[in-house]
Design a protein around this ligand. Structure first.
Ligand code: SAM
Ligand code: SF4
Length: 329
């Protein structure tokens, strides 16, 4: 599918739940979260039917996300079904890693093509403060166990918040890619939901910090994975260091993705509210042809860019108020 700005849309991030076992400060409040009833969330069958429509329209890659996808039962069965869908070439997952260890074998058997693990600090106390849960050891254990599955590429995603990371902690996070065959990516905070009040290090600041320890840092030209990451090689490192800087290095002109929320709303840009309700269409009996037409119409309206850095007053009524766990980050 080519949208009206000549971008090829071949990637969908599908959120399978709005629930999470952590409470990352930039994503969910510590208390008082209200979750959606199960009836409001797409069933696996509904997700597969919608994925079949995506596959027929030219979507090639699916990432399962949430909330925390691994709190939903039997995620590997969904992965296996999505892997069978015509046209879909890659099915990957993003997780906070807490429950990953016990799912690894089933995910590998189902043919998962990659796992992103979110990890923002290697300090146990900071991890508790940041996520509200004493789970760092579980995450590290999951990473170690995941590395044993040679067929599953692993990426660590870190939102490098000033409040929780200093120079040394950023260097330690980067060093994960020295000691193991995985990539570490630093993701700039986006001013969405609770993230609006947080400040992360800029890409340049982290490059300067890394450069002061590793003078041989060199850009890696090829692209890795589904999206807009920019990568660097450090001699002696087994994996690369990547940056995803949606605000300071806007990459909307090459955006290849759409999002499906756990409630079945197709969203074509993170920052705009609303979207097309595929779940309701499906539950009201729409055929796959009708669903595909709705998807095409949505993609035709995909905005040219986000407006994180522009004058928001002029477009205030269209902006998304929901946080990442509700949209599907
Ligand atoms: N629970 C899973 C996890 O943490 O990987 C999947 C969902 S989570 C919303 C997906 C990713 O979004 C995480 O890597 C998280 O750090 C990131 N994220 C959440 N809020 C964000 C924000 N405001 N800006 C940038 N990234 C954000
Ligand atoms: Fe949960 Fe992921 Fe949000 Fe953290 S970032 S609260 S792990 S959904």
């Amino acid at each position: 599918m080519i949208d009206k700005y000549n971008r090829e849309i071949d990637y969908v991030r599908i959120s399978i739940t709005d629930r999470c076992n952590l409470r990352c400060v930039y994503c969910m409040p510590k208390e008082g979260v209200t979750f959606l009833p199960h009836s409001a969330i797409m069933t696996y069958e509904e997700i597969v039917t919608i994925a079949e429509c995506f596959g027929e329209l030219g979507i090639r890659k699916i990432k399962l996300t949430g909330g925390e996808p691994l709190i939903r039962k039997d995620v590997s069965s969904l992965v296996g079904k999505l892997k069978q869908v015509n046209g879909i070439e890659k099915v990957t997952l993003t997780t906070n890693g807490i429950y990953l260890e016990e799912h690894l074998e089933a995910l590998a058997k189902a043919g998962i093509d990659g796992i992103n693990i979110s990890l923002d600090t290697l300090d146990q106390n900071k991890f508790i403060e940041l996520t509200g849960f004493d789970g760092l050891l579980k995450v590290r254990n999951s990473i170690d166990k995941a590395l044993a599955y040679q067929s599953i590429p692993i990426k660590i995603n870190c939102v490098p918040l000033r409040q929780f990371n200093d120079r040394n902690s950023l260097l330690s996070l980067a060093a994960l890619a020295k000691n193991a065959k995985l990539h570490v990516r630093f993701i700039e905070i986006m001013p969405l939901g609770y993230g609006k009040n947080m400040e992360s290090y800029s890409e340049q600041e982290i490059l300067d910090i890394l450069g002061s320890s590793y003078s041989e840092l060199e850009p890696y030209i090829k692209s890795l994975g589904n999206g807009p990451g920019r990568y660097y090689n450090i001699p002696g490192f087994q994996g690369k260091i990547g940056f995803i800087s949606a605000v300071s290095h806007e990459f909307c002109s090459s955006c290849n993705r759409v999002r499906l929320t756990s409630t079945g709303i197709l969203k074509t840009c993170l920052q705009y509210s609303g979207g097309m309700d595929l779940k309701v269409a499906l539950r009201e009996g729409s055929s796959k042809e009708e669903l595909k037409n709705i998807i095409k119409k949505a993609i035709d309206r995909k905005p040219e860019s986000h407006v994180f850095t522009k004058d928001r007053q002029t477009i205030a009524e269209t902006l998304e108020e929901k946080g990442m766990s509700q949209i599907g980050g």
